[in-house]
Write a protein that binds this ligand. Structure first.
Ligand SMILES: [Zn+2]
Length: 244
């Protein structure tokens, strides 16, 4: 391929188009592979992807990331897949949006599948704002671990680790600034600010769409710069305000 054309989900205004060359695909899928690793997803796991394989990049990048991890992918593309797929293919991980996962849990309950016996060990939630309450709810229903991710369509990908102490930012690939609401200064650690992103490229590499000081319209706060219990050394507490 020469390059692929994508669109943001367009929650605010018109969708924006952006372009990815193969080097972008490799770098993006590396970000997703790191997050899989931080959740403990590995060879032998079977991951059912409920995110859609559409103009945004998530589902495709997860599939590519799985190749790096030696993980099996079940590309359902939506959470309304037949419940028999859980019986037939025994997925160990389900990736989807929180409301869809809650609906899926209800359908499974109605179908008489005991969460303890389903074999599903982890739920990965992404693509929208995420509250502790919604983490606990599907977790109770399913008796499994629930992890949060944040990804803007343009290519950030931050995820929690097993310590669940905030989202790790891949600082070698993305530079993140947090601005005050008036966009005239940076916020201090612990204060919420608007996420402004700049892509970082290794020397000699190229990209389809280069982002410099890109306004995600999302907000977050730096919760710690200390080394995390998992060994990584950056975390922020994600609060997605606007999506996109
Ligand atoms: Zn960590």
């Amino acid at each position: 391929m020469r390059y692929t054309i994508h669109e943001t989900s367009g929650t605010t205004g018109n969708p924006k188009a952006f372009f990815l060359i193969w080097q972008d695909w490799l770098r993006y899928s590396e970000k997703y592979a790191r997050i899989f690793r931080s959740y403990g997803i590995s060879r032998g796991d079977r991951v059912i992807v409920c995110a859609s394989y559409g103009m945004n990049v998530g589902a495709n990048m997860m599939t590519l990331a799985a190749r790096r991890r030696g993980t099996t992918i079940i590309p359902a593309g939506k959470c309304t897949f037949p419940i028999r797929m859980i019986r037939n293919y025994r997925p160990t991980v389900v990736i989807g949006s929180v409301f869809k996962l809650i609906r899926l849990a209800r359908r499974r309950e109605a179908d008489g599948i005991d969460p303890k016996e389903s074999g599903i060990e982890r739920l990965v939630v992404g693509g929208e704002s995420f509250a502790e309450a919604s983490r606990r709810y599907p977790s109770n229903l399913r008796d499994c671990e629930v992890y949060n991710t944040y990804g803007s369509t343009e290519g950030t990908m931050c995820g929690e680790c097993v310590a669940k102490a905030g989202l790790h930012v891949p600082e070698d690939l993305i530079h993140m600034d947090l601005y005050s609401p008036r966009m005239d200064q940076f916020v201090r650690d612990g204060e919420y600010g608007r996420i402004i992103l700049t892509k970082l490229l290794p020397v000699g590499e190229r990209c389809g769409t280069f982002l410099i000081n890109y306004d995600t319209e999302d907000a977050t706060a730096v919760v710690s710069r200390d080394r995390c219990a998992c060994g990584r050394d950056s975390a922020s507490d994600q609060d997605t305000r606007a999506g996109g």
